[in-house]
Design a protein around this ligand. Structure first.
Ligand code: LMR
Length: 396
């Protein structure tokens, strides 16, 4: 049965973690995966999460099945975080939300649903995009292509190319957009550019599927949801995959959500019923713990405030690492101007390092980066940053 099965290539991101874990060098640094580490190089367990977990553990709740769409209190709180507590869309019942297995799980459920709804549509992702976007939509059965996004010369968005690319897409195409902290480039659209994108999507009859995995890592929870608010105000129907992996440091709990904005309360009920079928046929219903913890934190004024402060600390530490890396590279006489690193948002920098340079960093220094040159700034700390700056300077 399996005699002719070929070895699949390692995952471009999680495969790096596998290699990193197998590396025995004590100086190794994993700048591959998008995970936040604190200044001690540890993945934090947030104090707000710890407090909610303590209460939950003491209550020793039974572990019955969740509803297919997950915890209702969680879904409602997610909607408010995305669209605002006073959202007209929520008031009108125009959003269907399900608890999903992280942002990836939300994308997958949304992709499976869209494949049934729009079987002949093509999916367009940004060039470049998160490596897994293509795989998720291809595995759902879609043909996946890209629209222009990044300009390697300006290290920003080539907005004219993006707009004309979107304008050329056939009506009904699905366009995957990054709400904030674009992965992998860190180059985001301005509000004015979002407005134009939304106009183009409306004019061309495109379907937006917005990925928001890093809410709170650019400017703040509310600020980073600005693009969503603009979509919400546009009257368009669209999908959002969101995640608490990063913002709650709950990676392994797989806590995310898929939200679908419809035209009416009645549509919401019908769409939700179809999405629940997709979930039931995939994994039946989501696990209990992570969603319950997020819901408990966000429902408590005290824990919510604690979480906001902790999230701001993570955001600010990454910014400090950005500034420090640029200074340290300058200090090592590197001729390339790396000041763009401080303009990029979120966890990543698209450094421009080439494959051979990334390979050398790994082989000679035990520093792991994605082969595209993406590095995760959230893995830098005051103890490894000099070593990383040395390595970058050496391979340049
Ligand atoms: C990343 O881009 O590194 C993260 O989103 C983790 C992942 O699942 O790839």
């Amino acid at each position: 049965l399996f005699a002719a099965v070929e070895m699949a290539p390692r995952d471009p991101i999680l495969g790096l973690t596998e290699s990193f874990n197998a590396d025995t060098r004590s100086t190794k640094v994993n700048l591959g995966v998008g995970v936040y580490f604190d200044d001690n190089g540890k993945i934090p367990l947030l104090a707000a999460v710890k407090a909610a977990e303590k209460t939950r553990l003491e209550a020793m709740p039974p572990r019955g099945y969740q509803p297919i769409d997950g915890l209702a209190a969680y879904n409602q709180i997610v909607q408010k975080l995305l669209f605002g507590a006073d959202s007209a869309l929520l008031e009108a019942g125009q959003v269907a939300t399900i608890e999903a297995l992280g942002g990836t799980g939300a994308l997958k459920v949304g992709a499976d649903y869209l494949r049934r709804l729009l079987p002949t549509a093509k999916v367009f992702i940004s060039d470049p995009s998160w490596e897994n976007h293509r795989a998720i939509f291809e595995y759902a059965g879609f043909e996946v292509d890209s629209y222009p996004y990044y300009d390697a010369v300006s290290r920003g968005v080539d907005f004219a190319a993006m707009k004309s690319g979107l304008n050329a897409l056939p009506a009904g195409s699905i366009v995957v957009l990054h709400a904030c902290c674009h992965n992998p480039t860190g180059a985001d659209l301005s509000h004015a550019q979002w407005r134009e994108v939304i106009e183009t999507i409306a004019a061309r009859g495109l379907v937006a599927f917005i990925d928001m995995a890093y809410q709170g890592f650019a400017d703040g929870i509310r600020e980073d949801a600005q693009a969503l608010q603009m979509f919400a105000a546009s009257g368009l129907q669209f999908l959002v995959a969101s995640s608490f992996s990063k913002s709650f440091s709950l990676y392994g709990e797989r806590v995310g959500a898929l939200s679908v904005v419809t035209a009416s309360r009645d549509e919401t009920a019908r769409v939700l019923s179809q999405i629940k079928r997709v979930v039931r046929a995939n994994y039946s219903n989501p696990p209990t713990h992570g969603g319950a913890i997020v819901a408990a934190v966000l429902a408590s004024a005290e824990l919510r405030q604690m979480w906001k402060v902790e999230l701001a600390e993570m955001r600010q530490r990454i910014l400090a690492m950005r500034v420090s890396l640029v200074e340290k590279l300058q200090g090592r006489g590197v001729s390339t101007d790396f000041s763009f690193v401080t303009r990029q948002r979120g966890m990543f920098s698209y450094t421009g390092l080439e494959v051979a340079q990334v390979d050398r960093m790994r082989d000679e220094f035990g520093i792991y980066a994605v082969s595209t040159g993406r590095i995760c700034l959230a893995a830098l700390n005051t103890r490894n940053i000099d070593y990383v700056a040395d390595a970058i300077a050496a391979v340049l």
